[in-house]
Design a protein around this ligand. Structure first.
Ligand SMILES: *Cc1c(COP(=O)(O)O)cnc(C)c1O
Length: 358
């Protein structure tokens, strides 16, 4: 067992449980479920659990992660989520089975490579319905996608997709989902074949639960719901999922009693930020050996609700524990849940050990 802290303790049973629950809702609505692994740095054990418990495909935004899944013999198919760089297309075509794109140039380059490599790849064309991240703007989606599909000789345009809740924080609604479906209907008339509609992510699960998702959306790409049991954009713990899936543990390295306001002339902190201090007199505080290089400190959620995470530098996290009932000692290990951004950093940081609950 690893003796290093900080560490992320991963509960594969809970991740399996979340996968099954989400797969159940998706499949009973005729929706294919892509399990998104980017939050967990495409951890092969987590990916395998997803695939064994109902996920139909694995998706990741990073080609390196997809190659990692492949090299660890995690069964695909694999979907490349981030609209690809031209420079990575030869490898993307080699390793991915489905690629999300948003530019004609990218489609033509994929087509050329598919012709050369004789390896087929399916293309999903992204449409921006308002969130302002990737996708052709919905007003010119039909003409652009029809034109592109006519030019493809080897690769096949199998569907359209959209992404919400990521840049603009736009929520999925009946209106924007119907917009996507009406584009699909028009395109199908022009193309003469059926298109897949990749319309959902964690935040769209709510519409499925409420029965308000228009019929016809038939692929969801879900990461956060499976791995954390939360929905950052919808701002909720998903009630029928588990949230004890990944827990951060960090060690106390100092216990002290100090003023709440620094003494001396104030500049900026190590990250160029100006921290805010409220004078509450002397406070009981602890320092944990974890910092910006390991986690996103404001995304740490202490198990003990009376702890107040104050601030962190690269390597030190300071918590006000004046209101806590218990005593703290150097060497104590404390547990936290994590927000999406915090977990992303913890999985990505080489300083954070990854340990599975057995
Ligand atoms: C990350 C990502 C997802 C998954 O989003 P979650 O909120 O983690 O479910 C879906 N689609 C795309 C394009 C992504 O980049």
């Amino acid at each position: 067992m690893s003796i290093f802290f900080p560490r992320v303790v991963i509960n594969l049973d809970s991740i399996a449980y979340n996968t099954q629950k989400i797969a159940e809702i998706c499949h009973s609505n005729d929706i294919e479920l892509v399990g998104v692994t980017k939050l967990a740095l495409a951890n092969p054990e987590i990916a395998r659990v997803m695939r064994k418990n109902g996920v139909d495909k694995l998706g990741d935004s990073r080609l390196k992660n997809i190659i990692k899944l492949y090299e660890n013999n995690v069964p695909g198919p694999y979907q490349l989520l981030r609209i690809p760089m031209i420079s990575e297309l030869p490898l993307a075509v080699k390793y991915a089975d489905e690629i999300l794109i948003s530019m004609p140039e990218t489609a033509y380059e994929i087509d050329k490579i598919v012709g050369e490599l004789q390896k087929n790849v399916q293309i999903i064309y992204m449409i921006d319905v308002g969130d302002l991240r990737e996708g052709v703007w919905y007003e010119h989606a039909i003409s652009e996608i029809y034109e592109v599909s006519k030019q493809l000789k080897f690769a096949r345009l199998v569907g359209i997709g959209t992404n919400v809740g990521c840049y603009g924080g736009v929520l999925p609604t009946k209106e924007n989902m119907n917009m996507l479906l009406s584009i699909k209907n028009e395109l199908e008339k022009l193309l003469g074949y059926e298109l897949k509609v990749s319309g959902g992510s964690t935040v769209t699960l709510k519409m499925l639960e409420e029965g308000s998702l228009p019929k016809g959306i038939n692929q969801f790409r879900v990461g956060e719901g499976i791995i954390l049991g939360t929905d950052a954009t919808g701002d909720r713990d998903i009630p029928y999922l588990k949230q004890d899936t990944v827990i951060l543990e960090a060690e106390v390295v100092e216990v002290d009693y100090k003023p709440s306001v620094p003494v001396g002339e104030l500049g900026k902190d190590a990250f160029g930020r100006t921290p805010h201090f409220e004078d509450k007199g002397y406070r009981k505080r602890i320092i944990l050996a974890v910092g910006e290089q390991d986690v996103k400190p404001d995304g740490l959620i202490p198990f003990d609700k009376n702890m107040k995470v104050l601030h962190a530098s690269s390597d030190h996290l300071i918590i006000d524990v004046t209101d806590c009932d218990r005593e703290f000692h150097v060497g104590d290990i404390l547990k936290f849940r994590m927000s999406y951004g915090c977990a992303l950093r913890a999985f990505t940081s080489p300083y954070v050990e990854k340990l599975f609950v057995v």
